[in-house]
Design a protein around this ligand. Structure first.
Ligand SMILES: C[S@@+](CC[C@H](N)C(=O)[O-])C[C@H]1O[C@@H](n2cnc3c(N)ncnc32)[C@H](O)[C@@H]1O
Length: 444
């Protein structure tokens, strides 16, 4: 019988691929999609990967401060092993002696026996220190484990909320589900899940489950009774409106979370799910199969409709645009180390081109809902304010709570602990000959 892989070793190998250094820059999601040990070992491996990606900067800073001579780049695996050990000591409840004892052996497995004594000494020194005190003197961007450019963007865009935003990006995300309204009410779902389930405040179909459970243990998951989806991500579809038999475009559809939600909300609609990536469209197909729904899947560029549009206008369009993902750093902490400041202008430009290209496809009286999982204003309210300024027949009709963050257009949600992700949406109405009275919302 083959021995189960050591989860700490597996975590170091995964982090070597994901984090800057000698790796291939793969995303954490990609790396964790396969090769994760079963059961508790897999849970430990995942936790180490996410934890180190979340807290990378202050852990590195402390480590560097302890060394007389910097670790060589080729000792990256040893560095990552130390960071895993520090994370375990400082951010988990695992017994310190077990953590301290595990890492010298890990160095031997990494064929870096020379580092066993070093790692033992470092972890012994770290044990008993309070990370909040240790990190208190660090520069804020280091303390919050953010790249400098992103911390500055938070400060510029959200001078009063920047600290809360940065702190929220360090906390593990809640486990949030969307109830399939075609199959059960939210009350029935809450009763079926029992202890630990509570409804969300903003989305009528959301519920939180704490502690999280594997989806295989959710009653009715396999037959589409639930989908895993953040509460904020559930809001854009709730702002769409589509007549029975009407045509809806989900313009950046993969992996299909919102396509499924559109079909749950508007079962009589004809839905087109478009994505640039044919490979990612397979995920849409699988997601729809699970909930027993169907859409037309089209591979194409949302900014170039001439190549795929048949000329029949859409009654509603969802544009869930590619973005910085700065609102979901707690879910995808590796994004912090992959994104560059220079990625932003091309993304903002692509979003603007998509808006301009898709708007003519919308029937007068229809709605286009624009959404991003970003908290950066260039991608969000400034993007939409610019669009409104250059588009005569567009009007902002976003429904938002009175206490929403004040922005130039749309609705900006800022990440909340144990609540929704950072997210932006704007519901844009198209004025024109066909009055909106003709658009009856067929959601049931
Ligand atoms: C934020 S994700 C969409 C998430 C999806 N709406 C959901 O709820 O599951 C953005 C998607 O846009 C796609 N994309 C990027 N550029 C695109 C383009 N030019 N045209 C169409 N899709 C594009 C990406 O492949 C990615 O699947």
């Amino acid at each position: 019988m083959s021995k189960a892989p050591d989860p700490r070793l597996a975590a170091v190998r995964a982090l070597e691929r994901v984090l800057p250094g000698e790796g291939d820059g793969a995303s954490l999601r990609e790396v964790l999609a396969r090769g994760v040990p079963d059961g508790a070992a897999g849970g430990l491996m995942r936790d180490l990967c996410f934890g180190v990606c979340r807290h990378l900067r202050p852990l590195n800073q402390w480590l560097n401060g302890q060394l007389d001579k910097p670790l060589k780049p080729k000792a990256q695996a040893v560095r990552l092993a130390v960071l895993c050990g520090l994370y375990e000591l400082w951010f988990t409840e695992r017994p310190a002696h077990a953590v301290v004892n595990a890492y010298p052996e890990l160095c031997r497995q990494l064929k870096a026996g020379w580092a066993s004594g070093l790692i033992n000494a470092l972890l012994r020194k770290a044990d008993g220190l309070d990370p909040a005190r240790v990190f208190a003197d660090y520069d804020p961007a280091v303390r919050y484990s953010l790249p400098g450019w992103l911390w500055r963007s938070f400060q510029q865009d959200w001078p009063e909320q920047a600290d809360d935003l940065a702190r929220a990006a360090l906390a593990p995300p809640p486990f949030t589900l969307r109830v399939n309204r075609r199959q059960q009410s939210r009350e029935q779902a809450l009763a079926a899940l029992g202890d630990g389930a509570r409804p969300g405040d903003l989305s009528p179909w959301s519920l939180y489950l704490s502690p999280p459970r594997p989806v295989s243990q959710l009653p009715g998951f396999d037959s589409g009774g639930f989908s895993v989806q953040d509460e904020a991500a559930q809001l854009p579809v709730e702002q769409l409106a589509a007549p029975d038999g009407g045509r809806v475009l989900d313009a950046c559809a993969a992996p299909g979370g919102k396509t499924g939600q559109i079909l749950e909300a508007f079962p009589g609609a004809r839905v087109t799910a478009l994505d640039l990536s044919a490979r990612r469209l397979d995920r849409v197909r699988n997601a729809l199969r699970r909930i027993g729904a169907e859409a037309e899947l089209v591979q194409g560029d949302a900014a170039e409709p001439a190549a795929w549009w048949d000329g029949e206008p859409f009654d509603a369009i969802l544009l869930d645009a590619p973005c910085s993902a700065s609102g979901i750093l707690r879910r995808q902490p590796d994004v912090k180390w992959h994104r560059r400041r220079t990625d932003l202008p091309p993304l903002v430009d692509l979003q603007a081109r998509m808006l301009d290209a898709l708007w003519p496809l919308l029937r007068p009286g229809g709605r286009l809902v624009y959404a991003t999982c970003s908290v950066l204003r260039d991608e969000n309210d400034r993007q939409i304010a610019d669009f409104l300024a250059r588009t005569d027949d567009a009007e902002d009709r976003t429904e938002r709570p009175a206490d929403a963050a004040p922005v130039a257009a749309g609705w900006q949600l800022l990440t909340r602990d144990n609540g929704p992700d950072g997210f932006y949406l704007a519901c844009l109405h198209k004025r024109g000959a066909a009055d909106d009275n003709k658009v009856t919302d067929q959601r049931s």
